[in-house]
Ligand binder design. Sequence first.
Ligand SMILES: [Mn+2]
Length: 333
Amino acid sequence: MRILEEIRNAKTVGISGHVNPDGDAVGSAVGLGLFIEKALPGARVDIFAEDFKESLREYMPATDRICFEPRADVSRYDVFIAVDTADDRLGDVRPFFRNAVRTINIDHHESNTGCAMTNYIYPDASSTCELVYDLIMKETLPDGKPAETLLDEPIARALYIGLITDTGVFRYANTSEHTMRVGGHLLRFLREVEPGELIDGIFYKKSYIQHQILGRALLESMLIRGGTCIVSVIDRRTMSFYHAESKDMDGIVSQLMLTSGVHVAIFLYEIAPLTYKVSLRSDGCVNVANIAAFYGGGGHDRAAGCTINAPYHDIINNISDSIDIQLDRIHGR
Ligand SMILES: [Mn+2]
């Protein structure tokens, strides 16, 4: 796909990532939006996002350009671009996508089969931001110059944030040689903030509440399946005791996964009575995306999630069974 060809005559362009947006969803929307704005100065570009976490707001460039509510003054976009998701998780702006004259979908989720007229979906990419970078790099501007010349601090920072978010700061298996090259190139443009501060601020810093609830989750965790699987559950009472909200639960499953000997981590927290948000991590021996998909969720081979309505022991038993079935299949039992 050539992005500028796709949107050449557009007067209005809308872009949105998924609901409950992370650094890659916002970064890819902002990075692509700022790029299109520079490449097509005549076009109106609306970048949409749901509200996102404070630390991301602090470091994400051009947050004043983001519409946090759907707008009423455009009834039909010439082009609407869904990034880092299919249209099913666009939330309030989904009608804009469905109604648009042209639709484009840019994503790296394996579960996404392409929901737009033009799809640019590569599950091998670390992040949607990596894909946006690739699209920019292969583009030529109307005056014949490479579009690369439009890369600037805000575009690079937005894309870099997506890269560090989805690769866990270049740690996860989705980090390829290409990802590092992209990161290296983007790094050249970062001026407003030190890369180390950006990574600490977005990735490692936690609020006191977050540290407390993380500590509680670690304390209450259990090893199952002979120590190969770790499980932890936080119920609503515990959450309210620490004044913790859903957003404070981020990163707990990854910390559980850092336990020696563990191949799979399962973290549950209760979002409504007997309704649990389930996060799954794996070192690759089990495909947790399949398990999450079975319960109507999604994600990647090694990191996935779903929401399940059942007592938590049932959830853990069922997921543990699914893990056994997968392992048996691998070992040909
Ligand atoms: Mn992503």
